[in-house]
Design a protein around this ligand. Structure first.
Ligand code: COA
Length: 162
């Protein structure tokens, strides 16, 4: 059984993340999409809220599991018996940071491979910060996030349904 880990902040999960996840499911028997608890970020959604949104957003994928973790990614991979880490590459600007992480993870555990997947080009300019910003300022995010996330953003920012 080939298991991959798809880590991130997912604050919140977007259609760009789902695009990467779907591609990963065609390569691996099981994909664990997991929230890395990161003390340097101040998330809009709590971990519990993010997990709930992710579970709802990925429920159509049978081989996908939703989780969260603390500590080193390579240690988490080992406990989950994963052989790979999946990361999305949206643009050249992602590359340097991703290369550094991939090489450091390889140094920490040479048995775990990092697999980079390119999302559909319509998601290359998307990130969670931009989605949060648009929602906060009353813009329409329905093209960028699953309906359950749009509803949660509307609720967070106390907006009436459009
Ligand atoms: N579609 C839309 N947005 C995407 C995306 C996609 N396909 N891929 C990435 N993004 C966005 C995210 O939404 C996020 O946006 P934000 O910063 O505006 O919230 C941004 O790109 C960063 O991506 P994310 O996947 O959340 O990565 P991160 O940099 O927050 O975290 C970890 C990277 C979790 C993999 C890394 O910190 C980690 O491994 N942590 C564990 C500790 C560890 O092992 N450290 C050593 C690593 S060498």
């Amino acid at each position: 059984m080939k298991i991959a880990i798809y880590p991130g902040s997912f604050d919140p999960i977007t259609n760009g993340h789902l695009d990467i996840l779907e591609r990963a499911t065609s390569l691996f028997d099981k994909v664990i999409i997991t929230i890395a608890r990161n003390s340097t970020k101040h998330p809009l959604f709590t971990e519990e809220e993010r997990l709930k949104l992710m579970r709802e957003a990925v429920k159509q994928y049978k081989q996908v599991e939703v989780d969260s973790f603390e500590g080193l990614l390579v240690d988490y991979c080992r406990t989950k018996k994963a052989i790979a880490v999946v990361r999305g590459l949206r643009a050249i600007s992602d590359f340097e940071y991703e290369l550094q992480m991939a090489l450091m993870n390889r140094k920490l555990n040479p048995h775990i491979q990092t697999v980079f997947l390119m999302p559909n080009e319509r998601y290359t300019y998307l990130n969670s910060t931009i989605v949060r910003e648009i929602a906060r300022l009353g813009g329409d995010v329905r093209d960028f996030v699953p309906p359950v996330v749009k509803a949660a953003l509307d609720k967070k920012f106390n907006k009436k349904k459009r």
